[in-house]
Design a binder for this molecule. Structure first.
Ligand code: NDP
Length: 481
């Protein structure tokens, strides 16, 4: 076997082993081989990382330096990421079988996260409120302190950058714990921060399992903010852990996105986005359009085109440029979870238009389209997080909105119609953090991002991130006596 790569913790600008020397294996889910090892963080390693971030915040230059200087350093990191796009994307592709073209796109999105928040903290410093009483009040947004960030494996670099970028841009110091399934690109990012000249302790990477590494940073009273993306179940644990020391939390959790196709939709456009929404990244997207509702008058036409498009997707080696969407799922554990839902759908009498084929050899599930399931069936109600779309018919707009909202999740929804009034009316009636009309997955970083119900707590993006990652202060000043 060729020599394995190693990803250590990055603490105080040093890449280190765990104190007890423990490591865990890192798998390539496409080849089903171990290709690297990572340091397995313990509570003692978490303590080292928190001490580093705390010292850097309390005594170091980062929160005290000028906004321009901080922005310059973050842009330098973004420059390095851009230069190393191929290397970073290769890591995410090896680590979770993300198609390489998509992984490169994720690097570009991550670069943009850093550039956006570097500029945002410089340009949105506060507001002034003149008062009739002869005073004026101004707001100040000072850094909150030490941020604990826990990121998932579906967009390893991008989800981490979505947390790290606003945290450090606003002058905080940070400890990021990537998923144990995908430690590589985030560790590489930590190395680049050192190369970019970040002061020690500003960005610490702690590798290891959710417990003890993750739980040790969320539950420590030296941590001032906790930001987490992952499952709703773990999100509740993270919130409880942060509550022990009253740290505000931002939680971006699961989803069961509704996608409504009305009878007046541009069907080809709706099919294009329905495929994107459930099969991109092999459906391992919290925003996936996993519940599809199609008007009965266009149902057969739509389903024939949707099935043909799903069956035309090349599946296979993620480094093959033709493979843009799906392939192996991110881990054996996750493959088994998705398969259990597919088997469950068969047992519950689901009608498979296509897919449902699991190949244990490659940990992949073919793009799957199912209808005929009851509205309380587990595959319809629960987050599968795989390339599995559950379809239903509807007759009226009211029924479509009711079906879409009848879930404990509320991260996002999509609707397809050429009727302008209907588009606005339905968008307004959907209970979700983001609604896409005639499109999917388009983001403006200034807008709020987050979900309702079991999909999360809080919003991030633009000023919403500013409010979470800072301690806003009001200063009241008399200007007329
Ligand atoms: P988890 O929610 O368990 O993991 C997400 C992150 O949290 C990982 O970094 C994990 O570390 C960490 N973690 C786990 N337990 C704790 C804890 N007690 N304290 C602090 N951090 C913790 O998701 P899974 O990876 O187990 O995936 C399960 C399901 O979650 C998926 O099938 C999918 O439905 C959903 N999911 C949703 C995501 C989203 O984007 N909203 C992203 C990923 C998953 P570790 O990996 O070491 O366990």
């Amino acid at each position: 076997m060729s020599e394995l790569e190693f990803f250590g913790h990055i603490i105080d600008n040093e890449e280190v082993e765990s104190i007890d020397g423990k490591r865990f294996d890192v798998w390539n889910p496409y080849t089903r081989e171990v290709w690297a090892q990572a340091a397995e963080g313990s509570a003692q390693d978490a303590d080292r990382a928190i001490t580093s971030a705390r010292t850097a915040f309390d005594e170091g230059p980062w929160p005290r330096m000028g906004r321009n200087e901080r922005a310059k350093m973050i842009h330098k990191l973004a420059d390095l990421m851009e230069e190393r796009t191929t290397e970073i994307a290769t890591l995410d592709t090896k680590n979770m079988a993300k198609p390489f073209e998509q992984a490169k796109h994720d690097v570009a999105r991550s670069v943009w996260n850093f550039r956006f928040f570097a500029d945002h903290q410089r340009d949105h410093v506060g507001e002034v409120y003149p008062m009739d009483s002869g005073h004026h009040t101004y707001s100040e947004f000072g850094p909150a302190g030490v941020v604990a960030a826990i990121s998932p494996w579906n967009f390893p670099l991008m989800m981490a950058s979505w947390k790290i970028a606003p945290a450090i841009a606003w002058g905080n110091t940070c400890i990021i714990k990537p998923s144990e399934d995908t430690p590589s690109s985030v560790t590489y990012l930590g190395r680049l921060a050192v190369e970019a000249g970040f002061p020690p302790g500003v960005l610490n990477v702690l590798n290891g399992y959710g417990h003890p590494a993750g739980s040790s940073i969320t539950g420590d009273d030296r941590v001032d903010r906790v930001t987490f993306t992952g499952s709703s179940t773990t999100g509740k644990m993270v919130m409880a852990s942060a509550a022990t020391h009253l740290a505000p939390v931002s939680l971006e959790l699961g989803g069961k996105g509704a996608n409504i196709v009305f009878e007046d939709a541009d069907i080809d456009n709706a099919v294009y986005w329905a495929v994107e929404a459930i099969f991109r990244n092999a459906g391992q997207i919290c925003l996936a359009g996993s519940r599809l509702f199609v008007h009965s008058s266009i149902y057969d036409d739509f389903m024939a085109k949707f099935k043909a498009a799903a069956e035309a997707l090349p599946i296979g080696d993620p480094f093959d440029p033709n493979v843009k969407f799906a392939g192996a799922l991110a881990s054996k554990r996750h493959f088994e979870k998705v398969v259990s839902y597919v088997e469950g759908a068969k047992d519950l009498g689901g009608h498979f238009h296509t897919g449902g084929v699991a190949t244990d050899g490659s940990w992949s599930v073919t793009p799957t389209i199912i209808d005929g399931l009851a509205l309380d069936a587990a595959p319809y109600c629960e987050e599968i997080f795989g390339p599995v779309c559950i379809v239903n018919k509807f007759e009226t707009e009211e029924e479509a909105v009711h079906l879409a909202n009848d879930t404990r999740y509320g991260l996002n929804a999509m609707l397809f119609t050429e009727n302008l009034s209907r588009a606005h009316r339905v968008a307004s009636n959907l209970r979700a953090g983001t609604v896409w009309v005639n499109c999917f997955f388009i983001r403006d970083l200034r807008t709020p991002f987050g979900g309702v119900g079991d999909s999360g707590v809080g919003r991030e993006g633009g000023n919403f991130s500013r409010e979470f990652f800072t301690e806003p202060k009001a200063v009241v000043m008399q200007i007329r006596r």
